[in-house]
Design a protein around this ligand. Structure first.
Ligand SMILES: Nc1ncnc2c1ncn2[C@@H]1O[C@H](COP(=O)(O)OP(=O)(O)OP(=O)(O)O)[C@@H](O)[C@H]1O
Ligand SMILES: [Mg+2]
Length: 399
């Protein structure tokens, strides 16, 4: 395996995730799922591995819908994705073909997708899903929709009503066809941000409260170390001691994206190829990945997105992030707020509490067993401290 940070991996190169996949399959037997996680954790590859291990009788359809612009286009993709799974001469297949011929449409592979009038998208989607009941050989159809929040955001920009109706329609279809279909939503943007912005525009529903929310964590330490080892061996890098594999994985929070980056950077340096690599060399590469104005690990995004995520509360969010980042250990909620207040004194307590909750939901913070706050990922914390030139403080407040 070659390092491929951010690219699409071959199935054999997707390490670990077996317990999560088994859990997802078990959960999907009962209900639909929202897969939540920080960006770049490996959600898309979890979906890929899940699809490849579909039990007999289950059809898993994976589609990145991040660039879909309208509900009509979304429905066309649903039809195109279902088509290859239909046996010849089913009513559904005939219906689909007939609709394409009758209304005219775009040829995608073997099927001419109907150009139905935009206002009929709901009806056509409902009919499409209802026709799945024709197919008795398929027990369950599972739609794995990657980047669904981006699609909703794009649709909502032009037509918030349509985004709300699409969310509601999908929920209704899950209820009406609870035996046959399941949906998995995921994406690099949290769905809660989309729902929140739709609520500001009058949306009142809870569109995913029937779905189970499951978090994709980083790799386990042993899978992270195995990934490092495999990348080293396959690329003719020698480790000074076997402990280097585990220590490297730990130093980047067992996030496979960064592991690929580390090996990629090691390979760029001819000195790496000559002698066995110790942690000092690996740490220098990690340091460069985090502390470099070229932003090779795309960490700048963690600050940039606060504009879109927190809008008018951006200054407060930055103050909270600074106060927690600048602490050597974990910080109590009260102390984090007290420190952040120095930058934004006029903000009320309730707003701080709500913002903290959001920052946890967006995977910046995690609490320890005593309920104290810290950064969830050390890589992000290291970048934050460096980028914002923070002076580190002990928990008690002494410099
Ligand atoms: N299980 C894995 N084994 C090996 N490498 C992995 C694994 N999962 C992810 N990676 C690495 O991390 C990169 C990012 O993974 P992926 O695209 O699945 O993350 P994501 O959570 O979908 O990201 P985004 O939030 O940007 O959509 C991959 O390109 C690959 O380099
Ligand atoms: Mg992805």
């Amino acid at each position: 395996m070659k390092p491929n940070p951010g690219g699409i991996l071959q199935l054999d190169d997707i390490v670990g995730r077996e317990p999560l996949i088994a859990y997802l399959q078990q959960a999907l037997d009962q209900q639909s799922i929202v897969l939540v996680a920080e960006r770049r954790i490996g959600k898309t590859h979890v979906l890929e591995k899940l699809r490849a291990t579909a039990p007999a009788g289950w059809v898993m359809i994976k589609r990145d819908i991040g660039a879909v612009r309208t509900a009509t286009e979304f429905v066309q993709y649903v039809m195109a994705d279902l088509y290859p799974h239909l046996q010849a001469k089913t009513n559904f297949r005939n219906w689909l073909q007939g609709l394409g011929e009758q209304l005219g449409g775009v040829q995608i592979g073997p099927v001419k997708l109907p150009n139905f009038p935009h206002k009929q998208w709901k009806q056509v989607l409902g009919d499409t899903i209802a026709h799945l009941d024709d197919i008795t050989t398929i027990e369950r159809v599972i739609f794995l929709w990657d980047e669904l929040p981006w699609m909703l955001e794009i649709i909502a920009k032009n037509n918030p009503q349509e985004a709300m109706e699409l969310l509601d329609t999908l929920r209704a279809l899950r209820q009406q066809h609870s035996k046959k279909i399941r949906m998995v939503f995921t994406g690099s943007l949290g769905l809660h941000h989309i729902v929140r912005s739709l609520k500001e525009q009058g949306y009142n529903n809870t569109p995913v409260n029937d779905m189970l929310s499951i978090e994709v964590a980083p790799l386990t330490l042993s899978d992270g170390a195995s990934l490092v080892e495999r990348l080293f061996i396959d690329n003719r890098l020698a480790a000074a001691t076997p402990a280097v594999y585990e220590q490297t994985a730990l130093a980047v929070d067992c996030i496979p994206f960064y592991i690929h980056h580390v090996v990629s950077a090691l390979l760029k340096n001819p000195a790496s190829l000559g002698s066995p690599l110790d942690m000092q060399t690996v740490s220098a590469v990690i340091e460069h990945g985090i502390h470099s104005s070229d932003n090779p690990w795309d960490l700048q995004h963690y600050e940039e997105r606060t504009q879109a995520y927190y809008g008018l509360q951006r200054a407060q969010s930055l103050a909270l992030l600074d106060s927690v980042a600048a602490c050597v250990g974990h910080l109590s909620v009260a102390e984090a707020i007290r420190r952040a207040k120095a930058a934004c004194p006029a903000v009320e307590q309730q707003q701080w509490i709500e913002l903290l909750r959001l920052l946890e939901r967006d995977h910046y913070f995690a609490r320890d067993e005593d309920g104290k706050l810290g950064f969830k990922f050390t890589v992000v914390k290291r970048w934050w401290v460096w980028h914002r030139s923070l002076e580190m403080l002990q928990t008690g407040g002494a410099a």
